[in-house]
Write a protein that binds this ligand. Structure first.
Ligand SMILES: CC(C)(COP(=O)(O)OP(=O)(O)OC[C@H]1O[C@@H](n2cnc3c(N)ncnc32)[C@H](O[C@H]2O[C@H](COP(=O)(O)OP(=O)(O)OP(=O)(O)O)[C@@H](O)[C@H]2O)[C@@H]1O)[C@@H](O)C(=O)NCCC(=O)NCCS
Ligand SMILES: Nc1ncnc2[nH]cnc12
Length: 290
């Protein structure tokens, strides 16, 4: 009997995509210092979330991401059968998340965004640019899942009150916050030699400059959203997270958003989506032995 099995482990495409999605969620949670969000320093504006819970929640979502990718391979094309299959798997994923977190909403928006992207990536592994994957994800998001419940969610409430576009519209438009803001800024800051963690923070800030984050609107109204968007722009204008002045502005933004109870959970999910697409674009989706 051998204590060590040195055979390479063969993993499937769906398992690989689920690994990438969970990695992106964990990288997002760990990234620090994020304004008013849970990170390695603490709980930001949250009383019911902490880093261990974010990690546990991310890991609990692995089976859902794998099943969504498998559904893409099984149905093979964008259409209502695939949309309704991933809707069901997404709802089961939410139940797994809530069971793991004792009812705390850690990753509702992330299940939606990363679930669509994992499905879209699995549909065509030869076409993995961010533009191509988000276009397929948007086509999926535009299909109406007949079995989706329509609760008066926080997102739906702020849509009624402020006319804000939320997570559904972000996906239906092809994730503009990711493709036009998060990813380009991540690449610009990397190219400028700012270091990986600063580049990721800058990517998050770029998303925050323009997003109608329904978490922020629900918790802190329009003054909260204004503070988030303008504060994030001020950090980037000051040279970003890698510069001394940018870091000061980032600290001010953190304090201001915590005081307003304005946690940008939607922007955090879209950073995870950015990191997932970046990884897929850079490494491709490998199948076989690892
Ligand atoms: C289509 C759905 C996304 C439902 O959308 P809707 O807007 O109706 O629902 P919400 O329940 O409000 O959830 C949306 C979550 O999306 C994130 N988000 C917010 N704004 C945006 C945006 N502009 N673009 C993209 N994403 C956005 C956000 O998720 C994160 O924040 C959550 C934590 O927030 P927090 O305020 O701390 O927590 P709460 O407990 O909610 O409130 P408090 O009491 O504490 O104040 C956390 O989940 C992050 O992930 C929004 O929460 C979709 O969910 C849906 O239809 N699902 C059904 C299943 C399905 O069809 N799946 C498809 C296959 S993938
Ligand atoms: N790091 C984080 N903190 C709070 N809410 C989040 N939703 C997704 N990621 C989050």
């Amino acid at each position: 009997m051998h204590a060590l099995n040195l055979q390479p482990k063969t993993i499937t495409l769906a398992e690989r995509l689920a690994d990438l999605a969970v990695d992106a969620l964990i990288d997002e949670a760990d990234l620090s210092p994020k304004p008013a969000l849970v990170d390695r320093r603490g709980n930001g504006a949250h009383t019911d979330l902490h880093l261990g819970l974010m990690h546990a929640s991310a890991l609990a979502l692995w089976p859902a991401f794998k099943e969504m990718a498998e559904a893409a391979l099984e149905f093979g094309a964008i259409g209502l059968p695939l949309r309704e299959a991933i809707g069901r798997i997404g709802r089961e994923g939410e139940q797994a998340m809530l069971a793991t977190t004792s009812g705390v909403n850690t990753h509702r928006g992330a299940i939606w965004a990363l679930g669509l992207l994992v499905t879209a990536a699995a549909l065509d592994t030869k076409s993995t640019s961010a533009g191509a994957v988000t276009l397929r994800a948007a086509r999926l998001a535009l299909l109406d899942d007949r079995y989706a419940p329509r609760p008066l969610s926080h997102g739906a409430q702020v849509a009624q009150r402020y006319g804000a576009r939320g997570a559904r519209e972000e996906a239906q438009l092809g994730f503009p916050s990711v493709v036009q803001r998060g990813l380009p800024q991540l690449k610009r800051s990397r190219a400028a030699g700012h270091g990986e963690q600063n580049a990721r923070l800058d990517g998050l800030l770029a998303i925050m400059t323009d997003l109608a984050d329904t978490c922020v609107l629900y918790r802190a109204g329009e003054p909260g959203l204004h503070a988030m968007q303008h504060g994030a722009q001020a950090v980037l204008d000051a040279g970003g997270s890698a510069s001394l002045t940018g870091r000061r502005r980032l600290h001010e933004l953190d304090q201001q958003l915590i005081a307003l109870n304005a946690s940008p959970g939607g922007a955090a999910d879209l950073l995870a989506a950015t990191l997932l697409l970046d990884r897929i674009e850079r490494d491709g989706i490998f199948q076989g032995a690892f």
